[in-house]
Design a protein around this ligand. Structure first.
Ligand code: INI
Length: 154
């Protein structure tokens, strides 16, 4: 059975990292995890481009513009949508998730989804470098693998 899969080897790919400013006390740890993971796989800082947006709702648009105008082989989307007791959470989390998936398919660019959608600040802290790992680091690993996969499929 022929199988193609991406390795986690460093590569010459360029990585756009779209980062939301909302809940930055958590999101900055996701960013640190993503950058550290890329560096440890041999990606140089010159292969990374950080794009900052106000909140998760703006992430899809920034991903779309990055895919269109920036030389990037993959995008890493980082943010934290924390349920604040308002229905706002549902709309923001839902639109961000749907928007990122849509942009990835429309542009053919891999977008690693490192946007936390959690019920509490504690859950967000757990997923940004404590008990439940670092979702930013995981997203960076996904991006590396997808860049290598895309190369293998060509
Ligand atoms: O990134 C987030 N944006 C949030 N809202 C802002 C939104 O992403 C937009 O920036 C805003 O609506 C302006 O368009 C959040 N909440 O409202 O809870 C949140 O938890 N996280």
């Amino acid at each position: 059975i022929k199988t193609t899969e991406g390795t986690l080897q460093g590569n010459g790919g360029n990585y756009a990292i779209v980062v939301a400013r909302w809940n930055s006390f958590v999101v900055e740890h996701l960013l640190d995890g993503a950058i550290d993971t890329l560096r440890r796989h041999g990606i140089s800082d010159s292969q990374m481009h950080i794009i900052r947006v106000p909140g998760a709702f703006e992430i899809p648009m920034a991903c779309q513009q990055a895919a269109a105008h920036i030389d990037c082989d993959a995008i890493i989307a980082l943010g934290a949508v924390i349920r604040g007791g308002t229905p706002h959470f549902e709309y923001v989390a839902g639109e961000c998730t749907k928007g990122v998936a849509q942009v990835s398919m429309d542009t053919g660019k891999p977008i690693a989804f490192g946007v936390l959608t959690v019920d509490s600040i504690e859950q967000a802290v757990e997923r940004s470098g404590t008990k439940a790992g670092n979702k930013g680091a995981e997203a960076a690993t996904t991006a590396l693998e997808m860049v290598n996969l895309m190369t293998s499929l060509k």
